[in-house]
Design a binder for this molecule. Structure first.
Ligand code: GLU
Length: 454
């Protein structure tokens, strides 16, 4: 296969959620793995519902996930291309005007239902003469335009679902243009995919039925271009639902990428969950998107809807943090003024204790700022202070110090260690003191053992 050219094509009508992120990441990581191209396309031909601020928010959310497009464009800038394609379809007799109102169509559907027939558009508009159309227009009716399907079985080899086929006769001729002259998603999508040479469309399985229509549109437009271009491959992934089983929607804001970010979850964990849940690859923490790309296999995606459990994500996020290298977080630490010679050792010392990245701020205060020590047993702490070893300290200093203290006081276990932890860190629990002690240093340790803020 040539280098893949894929695209993620959200309509900017709300904030993207974990299910949309799944589509975006599957495309982006596929391109990354196979050194292809990833296009971000905003399907914003619905002027009523599309908003520029949503488009911008989607870019922010994708950037946070690490999804970096090679190109970004908006359909609203490309209307001339769609007009040209519509004209070509009209000339080829594949796009025809229809005048039924929504109520008339509804009545037809009811009648079909009553007779036990499938609710497929009856093509009545194809029977209209020029005189009929002129009369309808004189009444003030404006046409919407339908694509005339060929009644044949459309087949494709879906990279997720395998051999797939749809009988086009079971489908209504789809409306491509609304009465007001605006485009529904179908035609612009196919025109853009052809124009940008998209050769693989990875998207949710809610689009499976659209695929038959779109393959026919590709074929019609390719024929118009004298055979230039090719029908892309398709991969329809399963959809994610909420933990209680409801479908996700851009409108409700549930499980939006923005809300997950605000909860302090790691973007890599969100990405790993979005991609791996509902596949045969077990959910596991990854150290980079490259690692996630390597684990990606479209053939491993399951075919059933999968529930997304946020509790699982919190746990994955913590485990992801625990494995991140200092290089991976250096800039994020620096953004919280955690930098300098201690920063690398600090990260390795505390990462295993973090539930969320922002916990570093408190631990940095313990090693580099001021805390109020908890002095439960002043006499013991004074003894401890008196036998603090000389600096420089390393990870053996703790054992050396507490050994002396144990011999001197006869204390051991929790009675020995816990008061020291409370005094040195102000916390009941935390990273190993052997690694924290050298970072805290003798000046602070000594002051805290005396019960002073330091
Ligand atoms: N705008 C469409 C959607 O968000 C794109 C579908 C597609 O990828 O073709 O569902």
């Amino acid at each position: 296969m040539p280098h893949p050219i894929v695209r993620f094509a959200p309509s900017p009508t709300g904030h993207i959620h974990i299910g949309n992120a799944r589509t975006a990441l599957l495309n982006f990581l596929y391109a990354k793995k196979h050194r292809g191209e990833f296009i971000l396309r905003f399907d914003d031909t619905d002027l009523e519902r599309s908003r520029e601020e949503y488009a911008q928010a989607i870019e922010v959310d994708l950037a946070w996930l690490g999804v970096a497009p090679n190109a970004i464009f908006r359909q609203s800038e490309r209307i001339a291309l769609y007009h040209a394609a519509a004209e070509a379809l009209r000339a080829a007799g594949r796009l025809y005007p229809c005048y039924e109102t929504a109520e008339e169509l509804e009545r037809k559907r009811k009648r079909q239902q009553a007779r036990g027939q499938p609710p497929v558009y009856d093509r009545a508009a194809l029977e209209l003469s020029a005189a009929d159309r002129a009369r309808l227009e004189a009444e003030g009716r404006k046409p919407h335009w339908r694509f005339k399907l060929e009644h044949k079985t459309v087949r494709w080899n879906d990279l997720v679902r395998g051999e797939s086929h749809i009988d086009s006769a079971s489908l209504s001729d789809p409306v491509l243009l609304r009465e007001d002259g605006s485009y529904l998603y179908t035609l612009p999508s196919v025109v853009d995919d052809l124009d940008r040479r998209v050769n693989l469309i990875i998207r949710g399985e809610d689009h499976v039925t659209n695929t038959a229509v779109q393959i026919q549109l590709f074929e019609a437009l390719i024929a118009h271009r004298g055979g230039a271009g090719a029908v892309p491959n398709f991969a329809h992934h399963n959809l994610l639902s909420s933990a209680s089983g409801e479908g996700l929607s851009k409108r409700t804001g549930a499980l939006s990428i923005g809300s997950l970010r605000e909860q302090g979850l790691e973007s890599l964990a969100v990405a790993a969950a979005a991609v791996l849940i509902g596949s045969a690859v077990a959910l596991h923490p990854v150290a980079s998107l490259d690692e996630l790309a390597a684990a990606l296999d479209l053939g491993q995606i399951s075919r059933t809807q999968t529930r997304f459990d946020p509790a699982e994500l919190a746990n994955l996020s913590a485990r992801t943090l625990h494995g991140l290298s200092f290089e991976a977080v250096r800039d994020r630490l620096a953004a919280h003024d955690i930098a300098g010679y201690k920063a690398g050792a600090f990260w390795l010392a505390v990462r295993g204790n973090l539930a969320s990245f922002l916990d570093v701020v408190d631990w940095w205060r313990v090693v580099d700022g001021e805390i109020q020590p908890v002095a439960e047993d002043a006499e013991f702490l004074e003894q401890a202070r008196n036998v603090l070893p000389e600096e420089p300290w390393d990870e053996k200093s703790w054992a050396a110090w507490t050994k002396v203290l144990k011999d001197q006081t006869g204390r051991k276990g929790r009675a020995l260690f816990h008061p020291l932890r409370l005094a040195l860190t102000g916390q009941e629990t935390g990273p190993e003191l052997a690694v924290l002690l050298p970072l805290i240093g003798k000046v602070k340790a000594s002051a805290r053992l005396s019960g002073r803020v330091a």
